[in-house]
Design a protein around this ligand. Structure first.
Ligand code: GTP
Ligand code: MG
Length: 186
């Protein structure tokens, strides 16, 4: 059951990631339950009313577009987010490399090394390959304790999208508190 304090909370899910990985398409496919070949660079902020979310908490979904937003705006959005999804494309190596060479360090720079905003790694365009990308991103979970989960989806096939937004809500509402980190023992 939910804590009383959570009754007036909301969940704000921010999608970041390299250009063209399908952030906007994911939001469109989730909302319209249909894949649009043409989407604008940035989707308007969406609020899902509590009664239609599995966790009954109002949920905001926020797109990011480097084309339309400044670094300052990105940093503000990162600070406002309750969970950050770093989206990559499973068939695009560069978008996978940038998770660790750019996005995770950028989140540390913006929110601090010890920030408490959960991060989800999302591999989109799973329809384009017949292998899983999870093995190549999983090691990052050892390096960055804020990564809660690694998942794949396809905006095109409408595959796993509602699940991903549900995971995102759950990581905010039911955070997993580790008992200890082995490397911190002396
Ligand atoms: P920026 O706004 O530039 O940051 O890109 P974005 O991350 O919002 O990507 P966008 O949604 O604009 O999608 C980029 C391209 O990938 C478009 O041509 C989409 O149709 C395509 N695309 C998005 N999702 C999928 C998917 O799941 N599968 C396939 N095959 N193509 C996809
Ligand atoms: Mg976009």
């Amino acid at each position: 059951t939910l804590d009383m304090n959570q009754s007036d909370r909301n969940v704000r899910i921010l999608l970041v990631g390299e250009r063209g990985v399908g952030k906007t398409s994911m939001i469109y496919s989730l909302v319209f339950e249909e894949f649009y070949e043409q989407v604008p660079p940035k989707c308007e902020e969406i609020t899902i009313p509590p009664e239609v979310t599995p966790v009954h908490i109002p949920t905001e979904i926020v797109d990011y577009s480097a084309q339309e937003q400044t670094e300052k705006e990105l940093m503000e959005e990162m600070r406002k987010a309750s969970v950050i999804c770093i989206v990559y494309s499973v068939e695009n190596e560069i978008s996978i490399d940038k998770i660790s060479s750019y996005w995770l360090p950028y989140i540390h720079q913006t929110l601090g090394e010890d920030h408490e905003t959960p991060v989800i790694l999302v591999g989109n365009k799973a329809d384009l390959v017949d292998y899983s990308s999870i093995d190549s991103v999983l090691p990052l979970m050892n390096q960055y304790k804020e990564i809660e989960i690694c998942v794949e989806c396809s905006a095109k096939k409408l595959d796993n999208l509602s699940e991903i937004f549900y995971y995102a809500q759950k990581t905010v509402l039911y955070p997993v508190t580790p008992i200890y980190y082995p490397e911190e023992r002396d």
